[in-house]
Ligand binder design. Structure first.
Ligand code: NAD
Ligand code: UFG
Length: 343
């Protein structure tokens, strides 16, 4: 029997990493996780064991710690790395830019050096629709101009540029840049899900925390956008679909045009407003979610949704699960774990 392909997931105990671990194992990969647990709980490992029926190997390592990263790579000897590890809170990045550049940019450089030293050159990177800044129109294709309005976004732009240059310099690298739209939802077991520390920045975890009684009401940021109901429109994508996008991307790394990185949007192509999302959640959960219209949040754009056709054409992937299912699964996770992994 052929040996299983090994893949190392940095940031693998986080929200998207843990769901991707499930998808990679189900696709037949041998998976190990690497994380410093700065924004995740070791309890994820027990939950993954319940889902998968096997305990995944985990390396407690900071990606900025190159010697320990090398040790982990040498010990597991993966054929590929999926690099989720990073800090992701936009507001925090404005207050602590240096920490964001250290963690997201210097951390990626450290990973690249360790990979080169261990002769691992297949890499899938978590980029973001944030690289499109304030898009001139929607849907957004991969050819749209890129810009950044905050240090988090700039860290993603910098890493994208670094990885593009690396591919030009050495055709041995095979790299995918996956630009995620708005990941929401949870594994349908209700055992793993999104567990933000403190007050959630993102809409869906805020809504589920109101529904479960942890917060009094939702503030809808802006009721006067030029959208059909005045609230912001986003492309919400089920985290399980997103996870499967990584499996498809890794299997298609050799299809990179002229050795350049494979750049694809991972979104559904459908935009929903905040109020539509709220109504879908109320229907799926049977809970009513009190809200008030509040001022716009600085830096937010009116509308952001993907043209997902390149992902379909290049990596054979498309999102399958709709907004109702995203809301049902987000609610199952929150209702079963009212305080997240500390429940
Ligand atoms: P998350 O915070 O749940 O997961 C990130 C994981 O990386 C955490 O487990 C954290 O402990 C770990 N980590 C952070 N810094 C590390 C370091 N220096 N060394 C080792 N581990 C480290 O976030 P997520 O939502 O799963 O996001 C994963 C990736 O996807 C991030 O790079 C993020 O920027 C990107 N992304 C997320 C979204 C989103 O809305 N969730 C959207 C676009 C892109
Ligand atoms: N919103 C509210 N109230 C809240 C939270 C959000 O009304 O309490 C609104 C926002 O104004 C926006 C929509 O809900 O219209 C979605 O907001 P999120 O914070 O959930 O998501 P964003 O689109 O602002 O940002 C997300 C990630 C970023 C990433 C970006 C890429 O958090 O890291 O998607 O599109 F860069």
């Amino acid at each position: 029997m052929a040996e299983k392909r090994r893949v190392l997931l940095t940031g693998g105990t986080g929200y998207i990493g843990s769901h991707s671990a499930v998808s990679f194992v189900e696709a037949g990969y041998d998976v190990a996780l690497l994380d410093n647990f700065s924004n995740s709980s070791p309890r994820v490992l027990d939950r993954l064991e319940q889902i998968l029926g096997q305990r995944l190997k985990v390396y407690e390592v900071d990606v900025c710690d190159e010697p320990r990263l090398r040790e982990a790579l040498a010990s597991f000897s993966p054929q590929a790395v999926v690099h989720f590890a990073g800090l992701k809170a936009v507001g925090e990045s404005v207050k602590e830019p240096q920490r964001y550049y250290e963690n997201n940019v210097a951390g990626t450089l450290s990973l690249l050096r360790a990979m080169a030293a261990e002769k691992v050159q297949d890499l899938v990177f978590s980029s973001s629709a944030t690289v499109y800044g304030d898009p001139a129109s929607v849907p957004i294709t991969e050819a749209f101009p890129r810009s950044a309005t905050n240090p988090y976004g700039r860290s993603k732009l910098m890493v994208e540029d670094m990885l593009m240059d690396l591919c030009v310099s050495d055709p041995g690298w095979n790299i995918a840049l996956l630009r995620y739209f708005n990941p929401v939802g949870a594994h349908n077991s209700g055992l793993i899900g999104e567990d933000p520390t403190g007050i959630p920045n993102n809409l869906m975890p805020f809504v589920t925390q109101v529904a479960v009684g942890r917060r009094a009401k939702l503030s809808v940021f802006g009721g006067d956008y030029p959208t059909h109901d005045g609230t912001g429109v986003r492309d919400y994508i089920h985290v399980t679909d997103l996870a499967e996008g990584h499996v498809s991307a890794l299997a298609s790394l050799d299809r990179t045009p002229d050795g350049a990185p494979l750049v694809v949007n991972l979104g559904t192509g459908k935009g929903y407003s905040v109020l539509e999302t709220l109504r879908a959640f109320e229907k799926a959960s049977g809970c009513s979610v009190p809200f008030e219209i509040a001022p716009r949040r600085p830096g937010d754009v009116a509308e952001c949704y993907a043209d997902p056709s390149r992902a379909r054409d290049l990596i054979g992937w498309e999102a399958k699960l709709g907004l109702d299912r995203m809301c049902e699964d987000a609610w199952r996770w929150q209702a079963n774990n009212p305080d997240g992994y500390t429940s």
